[in-house]
Design a protein around this ligand. Structure first.
Ligand code: NDP
Ligand code: 8X3
Length: 261
């Protein structure tokens, strides 16, 4: 069988839960799985966007999609939302922990402590809450967890303090999940993108569009589709192969320090 056909056969009819699917990577990842014939559960706080996405995924790709709105920081809301999943959606093949954010870019002494709380609650505890709630539904063996980290979880950069701490913690969590879930045959992959043009910088700079645009000026950043390609590749390998960790940047970026504009 040609390798393309093999890959397609593997990627059909899985059930995938993607957090943070209202925008950016999560939306592109949900679209990519849907295009491969997988069913998707899409989550995020903005339920209007989720409903719209479900409609589009079903009509464009002819797959089933399910909207499950919740705030990943709210442990009860996470558990209650997952508990409401209908029986037909209670077996999950792939969990993509993507929901996350950066807030602010200031020296340590100037950074907002509320922003630190929000980033750690979302990027670290949110992933822990969602994974614990979804774990009973995850196929054993054969389930796969993909955690969207960042190059900020590999190196710290000036004024990155709270965000870098949260993504380093997530990197540790990915390694820890991989060790603890080994006995259940669950694969855990950390995907660590560099600069990518999404709503990320608009959120980070609290709606300041010119500050956000400046982040991506003068070079071709990654797109959400580029990151979706990587996630699709990592989840399409044969079942005995686990890509542990992958760092992906645009060609103009070497790491957090070197960016050629
Ligand atoms: P976007 O801002 O475009 O998307 C972020 C998503 O996260 C949205 O769907 C948002 O949904 C969701 N989200 C944020 N907070 C919460 C919350 N409390 N509860 C539920 N969902 C939440 O950014 P990206 O797509 O770029 O970011 C996705 C992930 O990738 C993040 O973890 C980010 O840290 C990481 N990343 C981004 C990079 C970049 O340069 N863009 C590079 C490396 C990593 P809603 O607001 O509807 O709740
Ligand atoms: C987003 C990439 O470099 O802004 O995680 O931290 S960076």
């Amino acid at each position: 069988m040609p390798s393309d056909a093999k890959q397609n056969q593997q990627t059909m009819n899985r059930t995938v839960l993607v957090t943070g699917a209202t925008s950016g990577f999560g939306k592109a990842i949900a679209e990519r799985f849907a295009a491969s014939g997988d069913r998707v559960i899409v989550t995020g706080r903005r339920s209007d966007r989720l409903e719209e996405l479900v409609k589009n995924l079903s009509s464009h790709h002819g797959i089933e999609a399910y909207a499950l709105p919740f705030d990943v920081r709210d442990r009860s809301a996470v558990n209650e939302a997952v508990a409401t999943l209908p029986e037909a959606w209670r077996s999950v093949d792939i969990l993509v922990n993507n929901a996350g954010l950066a807030l602010g870019r200031d020296y340590f002494e100037d950074a907002s402590i509320d922003d630190w709380d929000t980033m750690l609650d979302t990027n670290v505890k949110g992933v822990m809450y969602v994974t614990r709630a979804v774990l009973p539904l995850l196929r054993k063996p054969g389930g796969h967890i993909v955690n969207i980290g960042s190059i900020a979880g590999k190196e710290v950069y000036e004024k990155g303090n709270g965000y870098c701490a949260s993504k380093h913690a997530l990197d540790a969590l990915s390694k820890s999940m991989r060790a603890d879930l080994l006995r259940h045959g669950i694969r855990v992959t950390g995907v660590h993108p560099g600069a990518a043009e999404t709503e990320f910088s608009l959120v980070r700079f609290k709606g300041d569009a010119s500050q956000a645009a400046a982040v991506y000026a003068g070079y071709q950043a990654l797109s959400a589709d580029d990151v979706a390609d990587v996630v699709q590749y990592c989840t399409g390998t044969p079942p005995h192969v686990c890509i542990n960790d992958i760092v992906v940047t645009c060609t103009a970026q070497a790491n957090s320090f070197y960016l050629h504009r």
